[in-house]
Design a binder for this molecule. Sequence first.
Ligand SMILES: [Mn+2]
Length: 196
Amino acid sequence: MQNRIGSCVRNTKETQIELEINLDGSGEAAVDTGIPFFDHMLNGFARHGLFDLRVRVKGDLEVDCHHTVEDTGIVLGEAIAQALGDKAGIKRYGSFLLPMDETLALCAIDLSGRPYLNYDVCFTTEQIGTLDTEMIREFFYAVSYSAAMNLHLKILDGINNHHMAEALFKAFGKALDAATMEEPRLSGVWSTKGTL
Ligand SMILES: [Mn+2]
């Protein structure tokens, strides 16, 4: 399989975003969203999914982090969908249980073409660094919607909010890597309907 790359540029009055993802990369990330903890999360996603990810965001952080985080999710989802194309020859499903010290995160994905987010995560702090924890759900909702993926995220155990957030993003990277992997025994799209 040759490198599957998606890129997206999105400019609004609230955010200006340039993003490129290579699903067949080596985990190299260059991320600058203006929110250092969010950069840390996207780096973990790319590193552990072995995706090459380039993200540059100029958002209205003087308002708050909402538009920056949500719009980055929209653009990431669009780029993933673009990179996947017709999804022929891929495994489609992927899941991962990711431990991080006391935290255990679950991520399960179906690249079904039908957007759905099941998010079962309770943070106990309002912010981690300058990232509002409630925006983590908005980010994953935006990704699931714009990539048209079924995405389940759960924290099965967790105490430390930094660990819980990081475990979610890394589990998402690992599960997405598994779901986008090539299945050599397969010809065409892995669906009884014939389309995803
Ligand atoms: Mn960390």
